[in-house]
Ligand binder design. Sequence first.
Ligand code: KIV
Length: 273
Amino acid sequence: MSVHKVIDVKRVTTHTLQAMKEAGEKIAMLTAYDYSMARILDAGGADVLLVGDSASNVMAGHETTLPITLDQMIYHAASVVRGVQRALVIVDLPFGTYQGDSKMALKSSIRIMKESGAHAVKLEGGQEVADSIRRILSAGIPVMGHLGLTPQSIYKFGTYTVRAKQEAEARRLLKDSKMLDELGCFGMVLEKIPAELARRVSESVDIPTIGIGGGAYCDGQVLVTQDMLGITKDFHPRFLRRYAELFDVIRSATESYVTDVKAGDFPNDKEQY
Ligand code: KIV
């Protein structure tokens, strides 16, 4: 199946994303953590692959995104970069590598760019991380922001419920989104906020907004790939649409393999030397 694209390029850049917003073409972003999956998602036409710190949950089985380290993120990112021909690759700065110390933020970002070959970094927060964003941008490294539900602050929020439902928090989020735009970020993720607030943000900033539980007015959408493919089976937030049930497909293939091995049916004559 071919996908209609208004902006058709060999290699997606941050400028392509801006052009897509201006042309009204929605941006399709997915997470990726390894080479094999990155190759498939890139071949499927995903515009952006995010090496999210959700790797901490999805790949390592942690309860939160907090434990993953910079070295581990760089390992995942370098694997993804090797699998990609067209998509823009963005890497999350992990918890503890950029908050409160802009020099450390720059050092972490430089390590990501040099050691993985990725194209941009993403970090969570608004006003409180402005200095870090400024310093990273001053080195020529593109930065994506992330507002709304910011999972690195889960112990401050206490729950993963929808953010900014109250006017005061919504006003603060609008202000932060304008600040990210004015600082020079090339885009921002809006996670789990009311669709109407995401619409106000998307209309009031020049840069693209990418929603995850941010509703249809965002300039693009992102999902965690393993959720979208039905590999993580027990996660059912309202914003998630499953496009496959791979947990069942892979389990059933595994059962067939186990049965064949136990029965002596695999390998057969043609499958040996
Ligand atoms: O780490 C991640 O996967 C993310 C997305 C949820 C946007 O930040």
